[in-house]
Ligand binder design. Structure first.
Ligand code: B1M
Length: 216
């Protein structure tokens, strides 16, 4: 299994073939990290095609699913190969009252392929659970998703709950979802906003640089 073929399978969204292809590459002795690199190249290309409007959300969803299938096989191998290399942690959640998680899941896949440790605490998540997750995992970046106009205020609740717990200045909050924009995000207490998951990864990489020296 050539690396180029693995990259191609992601670009061509071959969700049914990716598992066998990854297994074949591993059986040939390729490392999980090198396979992940090849798959990530595919995800980068999918991101470019999406930005050029040659691919749409459907393709982004499928690419996320394809990557997730591959990741199921790679995850244990990567952990074994990782040799304790510390990754930047990010907590992801869809806010309380909102049961839309497809966008969050795409972001999660892209972040995993960009070598983040993703702590996905799910959807319909109350502010207190986010605070609990920060305390438990010591993650310094929180990504919140909301698609409903009626739930955007939940971002403010997370911001205030973190303040109350004395943690607000130790973490960065990035938010995304159709009812939001940068102005509203900042007004609700978030530090950053991304229009889509590709932009989200780019901005989260920037936040990771900013938070590197913060001690929790
Ligand atoms: Co609902 N729904 N839905 N829905 N749903 C919308 C969001 C809606 C816009 C449809 C419409 O009316 N045109 C509308 C919201 C209107 C509003 O408030 N502004 C709506 C409604 C009203 C509802 C219900 C209230 C319907 C009802 O029951 N009467 C109900 C609410 C349930 C609840 O949450 N409590 C409801 C339910 C559902 C389903 C459960 C059936 C299902 C969700 C399944 C699931 O997610 N597991 C669903 C769906 C599928 C949709 C639409 C059709 C598609 C959403 C989607 O997955 N898009 C949606 C219409 C639409 O969006 N056009 C709609 C694809 C996904 C990839 O995009 O999640 O936006 P998205 O993520 C994007 C960006 O937003 C961004 O990146 C992603 C792309 O790269 N992004 C981030 C998202 N999070 C990010 C976080 C980041 C960065 C970027 O950093 C942290």
């Amino acid at each position: 299994m050539e690396f180029e073929k693995l990259t191609e399978l992601i670009i061509e969204l071959e969700v049914d073939d990716i598992e066998d292809a990854v297994k074949e590459a591993l059986n040939e002795g390729k490392t999980a990290m090198s396979i992940l690199d090849a798959l990530t190249k595919g995800m980068d290309k999918v991101g470019e095609l999406y930005e050029k409007k040659e691919y749409y959300l459907t393709e982004l969803v499928l690419a996320g699913e394809t990557m997730k299938e591959a990741f199921k096989i790679l995850k244990p191998k990567l952990q074994a190969e990782g040799g304790g290399k510390e990754k930047v942690k990010i907590i992801l959640a869809t806010v309380r009252g909102d049961n839309h998680d497809i966008g969050k899941n795409i972001l999660s896949s892209l972040l995993l392929s960009a070598d983040f440790e993703v702590i996905d605490i799910g959807m319909d998540i109350p502010a207190e659970k986010v605070v609990e997750a920060v305390k438990k995992t010591k993650a310094k970046i929180i990504g919140l998703s909301t698609l409903l106009t009626m739930t955007v205020e939940e971002i403010k609740n997370v911001h205030e709950a973190l303040e109350k717990a004395g943690l607000r200045d130790k973490v960065k909050i990035i938010v995304g979802g159709a009812p939001l924009n940068m102005e509203l995000a900042k007004k609700l207490g978030a530090d950053d906003f991304a229009d889509d998951a590709v932009e989200g990864v780019r901005r989260i990489k920037q936040l990771a640089k900013i938070t590197i020296d913060i001690k929790l």
